[in-house]
Design a protein around this ligand. Structure first.
Ligand code: SF4
Length: 299
């Protein structure tokens, strides 16, 4: 996989990484210049489904190297679920044959790729061992999804999330704090809470918007068309989200990304009030106003 750009959720840091797809078939989200330089059009990594023989060969090598010391495996690639179901099932069966003691097999999944699969296909993937998918919700606001060229709608996100969970696969969604900029900060928080209320994912996680120099959003900022939300504003967005969640949301929440200005985890709805009180205290603390944007150059 030496030729492959590997992006993985922080929680998969100790997992075995097996490349299933490369690149991204969409490549248009304005905040993402991972696989294409959106400013020059240069392709950094082309989208493709990796040949099955190559995946099998890498799995054999990994088996020799790590034996049975592995308990979790991440099927890498920005769009693993875009591969045909038969292809994924063959890979999952091979994984199970070589690593029979895994506790978790996971991958990224775009909402449109989930919607393209039938309930039966998703059920087969679950039965073959796919435990959890990480889906980028990013925002629950129709306007912000459109503005960021996410290529989908809040309705699709909700439908895809529910469909996946109905098949028995756990759903972990990512929310990008600050994605609406200063102008749509409140709308971003309220509409995201609305989607979470309807979706009730197994898990949701936060990360904070950082601007990649290869993204269109980078140019927008240079041209003064997008104003970055301050760390104080980011914590306020989080508070607004928790205040607008209702009791039907029973998700686990992880605020564990390096880009965030705080770190916590909670189980809803029981710990929602506690998180609200905690974030209110953070916002009252004068030191919070002095926090500076981290300015990371990756997502
Ligand atoms: S955020 Fe995901 S779907 Fe959007 S361009 Fe980047 S890799 Fe593709």
């Amino acid at each position: 996989m030496e030729d492959m750009i590997i992006i993985r959720p922080p929680v998969e840091a100790n997992s075995l990484l097996v490349g299933v797809t490369e690149g991204c078939w969409w490549n248009q989200c304005r905040f993402c210049g991972v696989y294409i330089n959106q400013l020059t059009g240069e392709i950094i990594q082309k989208y493709r489904i990796r040949p099955i023989e190559r995946v099998f060969k890498e799995l054999e090598i990994l088996k020799q190297r790590y034996g049975d010391f592995i308990s979790t495996l991440f099927m890498a690639g920005g769009e693993a679920l875009s591969a045909p179901t038969d292809h994924l099932l063959k890979i999952l069966h091979k994984i199970n044959e070589l690593f029979p003691h895994l506790k978790r097999i996971s991958c990224y999944a775009k909402n449109l790729d989930i919607l393209r699969k039938s309930d039966e296909e998703l059920r087969q993937l679950h039965e073959a061992g796919l435990t959890i998918c990480y889906m980028g919700l990013e925002s629950g606001s129709r306007r912000i999804l459109k503005m960021m060229k996410k290529g989908t709608t809040p309705e699709n996100m909700i439908k895809a999330g529910k469909k996946l969970m109905k098949a028995g696969i756990q759903l972990s969604v990512y929310i990008i704090l600050g994605l609406g900029g200063v102008e749509y900060s409140e709308e971003h928080a309220i509409e995201t809470a609305n989607v979470l209320n309807q979706m009730n994912p197994t898990i949701f996680r936060f990360r904070t918007l950082n601007i990649m120099p290869t993204s269109e959003l980078w140019k927008d900022i240079q041209e003064g068309k997008f104003e970055i939300v301050s760390p104080y504003g980011i914590l306020k967005e989080q508070l607004t989200i928790f205040k607008h969640l209702n009791d039907s949301v029973t998700s686990y929440v992880f605020n564990d990304h390096v880009s965030n200005y705080d770190s916590f985890e909670a189980k809803l709805p029981d710990e929602r009030e506690f998180i609200i009180r905690y974030l209110e205290a953070r916002l009252r603390d004068p030191a919070t106003k002095r926090l500076r944007h981290k300015g990371l150059l990756h997502m």
